[in-house]
Design a protein around this ligand. Structure first.
Ligand SMILES: Nc1nc2c([nH]c(=O)n2[C@H]2C[C@H](O)[C@@H](COP(=O)(O)OP(=O)(O)OP(=O)(O)O)O2)c(=O)[nH]1
Length: 129
């Protein structure tokens, strides 16, 4: 597992809702926006950079949800909670974004690697949101 590159996904939370983003294309689906952690970057650096590049959002990154989910044999997906500081989503790479209540998260057609994070997110946010 250690030689796999980390893909950070960011669960941006605002007013008790979570931002989901629709990746286009044949392998598309709903995902947590983010991307690959580049050499020399921390996961949190990558999360902040990707959210700015992809959606024009400023976020403060918090805890990991605590799971490394394999994507194929080269990557693992690691999802972090984040708080929205400023911005409204600008669609640069995604075709749609949605603010989804915790109760409705499981209704979206998430990418396969993202699915295990949905119950973790619900359990984490249920108390606080
Ligand atoms: N960002 C993100 N990628 C995900 C998620 N779930 C999932 O399977 N993936 C996959 C899709 C891509 O194959 C890969 C991440 O690639 P990416 O295109 O977001 O990475 P990147 O922005 O660094 O792009 P690039 O420079 O390599 O083109 O992980 C997710 O929730 N968020």
């Amino acid at each position: 597992m250690t030689d796999r590159q980390v893909v950070v996904g960011v669960a941006v939370v605002d007013a008790g809702r979570v931002l989901a983003a629709l990746r286009p294309g044949p392998d598309g689906g709903w995902e947590f926006p983010g991307g690959k952690v580049e050499p020399g970057e921390t996961d949190r650096d990558a999360a902040v950079r990707e959210l700015d590049e992809e959606l024009g959002l400023r976020v403060t990154v918090g805890a990991s949800l605590g799971l490394d989910q394999p994507i194929g044999d080269k990557y693992v997906l690691r999802v972090y909670l984040a708080e929205l500081m400023s911005g409204t989503p600008v669609l640069r790479e995604h075709t749609e974004t949605r603010w989804v209540s915790v109760a409705r998260l499981s209704e979206l057609d998430w990418l396969p690697a993202d699915r295990p994070f949905v119950p973790l997110l619900r359990a984490t946010l249920r108390g606080g949101g």
